[in-house]
Design a protein around this ligand. Structure first.
Ligand SMILES: [Cu+2]
Length: 434
C-alpha cells in the first residue's frame, strides 16, 4: 500500500492525479469517471510548503477538482511533543492548494469531525454563495456530509483557507491551509525558489495532548506550518537565485518576520500581487493576523536566520508568571526545595542560556509531552531557540532545483567573528556612569 506522502514524493508538487475513481456519495452524477486526463507539466514553479505538501487534483471536464477532508490528526510539533489536532487530509496545516489564474476549480469538502464545519477561501474573489461562512453563505457542513465549492480563479497571489464555523476552536486546533494561485501570464521576474508557510500559535499546555482553544494571548508553541524549531525544514537556495517566501498568518498575534542577510522586497499580500512601484524593501515585515505577505530577494551565500522577531515566539514551552531569578543568589535553595519537589534545580541567576545545557545533558526534564524552551545546535554551539525559527542556507554550488540540505556554511577564511582576548579587563572601552 502506497502512502499519500510516498505517492506525492514521486508525483511531485502540482502534479495531476489521474484516474481517480468517483467519490463515494458524490451528488453530481455528471462527474462519473472519464478517460484520464494526460499528465501535464504544471506550467509554473510549484511552491514548496515547508514540512508540508501540495494536494493533487483530478482534471474533470476542464475543472480542477480537489478533495479536502476535515478530520482529527495526530500531529508532531517536533520530536517530543505530539497532539491530537484537527486538520485536513491527515495533516495540519492541510495540504496546499495550487492552481492558475483563470482555472475553474471544484473543491469537495468532506467533514469527518464530530461537529459541523465550513471552509472560507480567504482573499479569493468568488460568488457570495461560495465564500464559506456557515449560516451566512451556506448551511454548515454537518458530520459525514460532503459539500462542493466551485468557482473560477480571477486573480493570482498568496491566499489561505480556513473554517468559518466554530472558528475559535477549529483554528486553534490547526484547521488551515494555503491556497496559491499562479499568474496565467507568468511572473514579471523569474522566480527560482518559492517557499510557503503559515504562522500559528498553540496553547499546548505542558503535559497535555490537545490544544486548548480558550487561550487568547498566553500561548505555548509558535509554529511555521505547525512545526517548531528545530523540526522546521531549512530553506535552501543557490547564490544569485531569486527566492520568494510566502508567509500567511492565521494565528492570534501579529508576527514581525525577519530575514537576515538581505533587504527583501515585499511584493504582495492576500489582497493580491502588488504593482512593482508599490514594492518596498524591508528586513522585517509584520505579517498581521489574517494577512499574507510575499517576500522576495536575491540569495547571497551563507546561513541566514529567518524568524519572528517577538523573542518569546522563538521559544518552545515555558513557564510564564514565574519569579524572575536574574541576579538572585540561590545558593542552598536546591536542597531545601528538593524536599518538596524532587529534582528541583535553581538556575537563572546569570540569565537563562544554561536552560538548554541542563535539559540536553539530562540534569533536568520537563513535564511529559513537553519540549524544552530552548533547543537546536549549530556549527558553533547551542542556538537556544524554539518556535518560529529556521535557517536559509544559500550556497554557490547548490544545484538549481535541488532542495537537499547542504549542511552548515563554510565561510571564507577571516570572515567569522573570533576571540581576540580572554582577559575580562581587556582594552579601554568608553563607558558612562549614570
Ligand atoms: Cu511572532
Amino acid at each position: 500500500m502506497t502512502s499519500r506522502r510516498e505517492f506525492l514524493s514521486y508525483t511531485g508538487a502540482g502534479a495531476v492525479l489521474v484516474a481517480a475513481g468517483p467519490v463515494k456519495g458524490q451528488v453530481n452524477a455528471s462527474e462519473a469517471p472519464r478517460a484520464p486526463a494526460p499528465q501535464q507539466s504544471p506550467g509554473y514553479l510549484p511552491t514548496r510548503t515547508l514540512n508540508g505538501w501540495t494536494l493533487p487534483y483530478t482534471l474533470k471536464n476542464g475543472v480542477k477538482e480537489f478533495h479536502l477532508v476535515a478530520e482529527e490528526v495526530e500531529h508532531e510539533f517536533a520530536p517530543g511533543t505530539t497532539a491530537k489536532c484537527w486538520g485536513y487530509n491527515g495533516t495540519t496545516p492541510g495540504p496546499t492548494i495550487e492552481a492558475v489564474e483563470g482555472d475553474r476549480v471544484r473543491i469537495l469538502v468532506s467533514n469527518r469531525l464530530g461537529e459541523h464545519t465550513s471552509i472560507h477561501w480567504h482573499g479569493i474573489l468568488l460568488p457570495s454563495g461560495m465564500d464559506g461562512v456557515a449560516g451566512l453563505n451556506q448551511p454548515a457542513i454537518r458530520p459525514g456530509e460532503t459539500f462542493a465549492y466551485e468557482f473560477t480563479l480571477r486573480q493570482h497571489g498568496s491566499h489561505m483557507y480556513h473554517p468559518h464555523a466554530d472558528e475559535m476552536v477549529q483554528l486553534a486546533t490547526g484547521m488551515m491551509g494555503l491556497f496559491i494561485i499562479h499568474p496565467k501570464d507568468g511572473e514579471p521576474h523569474r522566480i527560482d525558489r518559492d517557499y510557503s508557510l503559515l504562522l500559528h500559535n498553540w496553547a499546548m499546555h505542558p503535559g497535555t495532548y490537545r490544544p486548548d482553544p480558550s487561550i487568547m494571548v498566553d500561548f505555548d508553541l509558535w509554529t511555521f506550518n505547525s512545526k517548531v524549531f528545530p523540526a522546521i525544514e531549512s530553506m535552501v537556495a543557490r547564490t544569485g537565485e531569486r527566492v520568494r517566501i510566502r508567509v500567511g498568518n492565521l494565528s492570534m498575534w501579529n508576527h514581525p518576520i525577519h530575514l537576515h542577510g538581505v533587504q527583501f522586497w515585499v511584493t504582495g499580500s492576500d489582497g493580491g500581487r502588488w504593482p512593482e512601484q508599490q514594492w518596498r524593501t524591508e528586513s522585517v515585515e509584520i505579517v498581521g493576523v489574517g494577512q499574507t505577505r510575499d517576500l522576495e530577494f536575491i540569495a547571497v551565500p551563507g546561513d541566514w536566520a529567518f524568524h519572528c522577531h517577538m523573542s518569546h515566539h522563538t521559544m518552545n514551552a515555558m513557564g510564564h508568571g514565574v519569579p524572575n531569578p536574574i541576579g538572585v543568589d540561590q545558593s542552598g535553595i536546591d536542597e531545601k526545595v528538593r524536599k518538596f519537589l524532587p529534582g528541583y534545580m535553581a538556575m537563572g541567576k546569570h540569565g537563562m542560556a544554561e536552560h538548554q545545557e541542563h535539559t540536553e545533558s539530562g540534569h533536568i526534564s520537563g513535564p511529559a509531552n513537553t519540549l524544552p524552551m530552548m533547543m537546536g545546535t549549530g556549527p558553533y554551539g547551542n542556538l537556544e531557540m524554539g518556535g518560529m525559527f529556521t535557517v536559509l542556507k544559500v550556497r554557490d554550488e547548490q544545484p538549481p532545483g535541488d532542495y537537499r540540505d547542504p549542511g552548515w556554511y563554510q565561510p571564507p577564511a577571516g570572515s567569522v567573528a573570533a576571540r581576540v582576548s580572554t582577559d575580562p579587563e581587556f582594552g579601554s572601552p568608553i563607558r558612562r556612569k549614570s
